[in-house]
Ligand binder design. Structure first.
Ligand code: AMP
Ligand code: GLY
Length: 431
């Protein structure tokens, strides 16, 4: 019997997951709640006007439609327990439960977890008392990193260059006035140098399947400068994850994490994303996410040759350990196009031109903040598109992605010009 899949979310990550699921010959229909213009226009894919926070509506939809597999994109609904509700109702859902999602939902929990299970990470202390935190600041080296304990939509991490800035930052966070109270508890941690990479696995209890490595660019502007964003582009593989580092990450991070979860009585099913800072051969964990990355999903799904739905079903039926994933050998690179003003307040509702351009199979335009208005695709979010291309090496992938990006435009739409620069530099240096 052909399967029906429901993807929850509306970003570029969800477009990539839904697109990949729709390519499965085992799948008759993919629903995306609520989706975006990209998922609305995809063959075999239908948007459902339900918000991710509407657990009851989504569950009723899944039961009515007899959905065979739910894939949850965003972290907040995972942290709020959407998977627990689907599981209770007997709907197969690929994602961690509320308890397991605390690995992302609470920085203090995840740092304590890493300490307990000897997973390499920055030195830290957590605080909820302002005076104690201020006192601690006096004895630290700078820069210093301050993190809100709870979810803060990627904005809860501040790198402070001196004590004055750190003091201001913790005062704001601990007042509970910013981030909806997510900062009423904070983690203060040592600043780590090195090169970042995203190491994502599919996990089911003690079994795991490693996805292709990737790296995103969080800073808004060229040269990795400017404010943090949700991610302005990504590429896969991340050259810093060479075969030796791959082994080191498995042995020092992934296995201790999986064993630690089992030891702590936490059953984990879903994507597990380790954000790493690699220095001197040590993969330090900056954060765990309980979901796929965005825009990492876009480049990883482009490179995944295997059937995503088969992999998720293998995880949900206890067969992940005997399952392997196949990858296209090419590099993938994705360039995010954003609205004028992003990551601050941005303009909305502008028509996007050039989307009708026909690209070859090695290029794909993933949508994020887009909406169909009277049949026209308009920019409705901060990050709007992720133009993703495969190439025989990173230089070719970069060239193809930017070539495609140059045929798409809207008033005020912009992108960084240097996505992949570290990988390109490494590649050119090795030529
Ligand atoms: P996180 O949400 O914890 O991944 O933090 C967001 C970004 O802040 C990371 O991708 C890093 O670029 C940076 N960051 C976080 N923690 C540290 C750290 N301890 N040292 C240096 N940079 C960090
Ligand atoms: N690209 C970073 C994230 O998904 O958290």
């Amino acid at each position: 019997m052909l399967k029906k899949v429901l993807v929850i979310g509306s970003g570029g990550r969800e477009h990539a997951l839904a697109w990949k699921a729709s390519l499965s010959s085992d799948v008759s229909a993919v629903f995306v709640a609520p989706g975006n213009a990209g998922t609305a226009l995809e063959k075999k894919t239908t948007n459902v006007p339900l918000q991710p926070s509407d657990f009851e509506g989504l569950l009723n939809f899944a039961l009515d439609e007899q959905i065979d597999l739910v894939i949850v994109g965003p972290e907040d609904v995972l942290v709020n327990g959407i998977v627990d509700q689907f599981r209770e109702a007997g709907v197969p859902c690929f994602g961690p439960t509320k308890k397991a999602a605390r690995l992302e939902g609470s920085k203090e929990f995840s740092k304590d977890f890493m300490t307990r299970h000897k997973i390499p990470t920055a030195q830290f202390q957590s605080f909820s008392d302002l005076e104690k935190a201020i006192d601690y600041l006096k004895h630290q080296d700078y820069p210093l990193v301050i993190k809100a304990d709870g979810l803060a939509a990627g904005k809860g991490v501040v790198i402070c260059r001196d004590m004055r800035q750190a003091g201001q930052c913790i005062e704001e966070m601990l007042s509970g006035e910013v981030f909806d109270g997510a900062g009423e508890k904070i983690v203060i941690e040592e600043f780590l140098q090195g090169e970042e990479a995203s190491f994502i696995c599919m996990v089911n209890e003690q079994d795991f399947l490693v996805m292709a490595s990737s790296q995103d660019h969080k800073a808004a502007y060229n040269g990795d400068a400017g404010p943090n964003t949700g991610g302005m582009g990504a590429y896969s593989p991340a050259p810093v994850i060479d075969p030796q580092m791959h082994e080191a990450v498995i042995e020092q991070v992934i296995k201790p994490t999986i064993n630690g979860l089992v030891e702590d009585g936490i059953s984990y099913t879903g994507f597990l994303y380790a954000g790493l800072m690699i220095q001197d051969g040590i993969p330090n964990v900056l954060e765990f996410n309980c979901r796929m990355g965005d825009p990492e999903s876009q480049v990883i799904m482009m490179r995944l040759k295997s059937d995503l739905v088969t992999l998720c079903m293998a995880a949900l039926t206890g067969r992940l350990g005997e399952t392997e994933a196949e990858w296209f050998p090419q590099d993938a690179l994705g360039v995010v196009m954003a609205s004028q003003g992003y990551p601050g307040d941005y303009a909305k509702g502008r028509r996007i031109d050039g989307l009708e351009t026909v690209f070859d199979n090695n290029t794909k335009v993933f949508h994020a903040g887009t909406r169909l208005v009277h049949g026209e695709v308009t920019a409705s979010g901060g990050r709007v598109l992720c133009i993703t291309a495969l190439g025989k090496n990173i230089v070719e992938a970069q060239k193809e992605a930017y070539k495609a990006a140059s045929s798409i435009s809207w008033q005020g739409g912009w992108h960084r010009d240097d996505i992949g620069h570290r990988a390109v530099y490494r590649f050119q240096a090795s030529e």
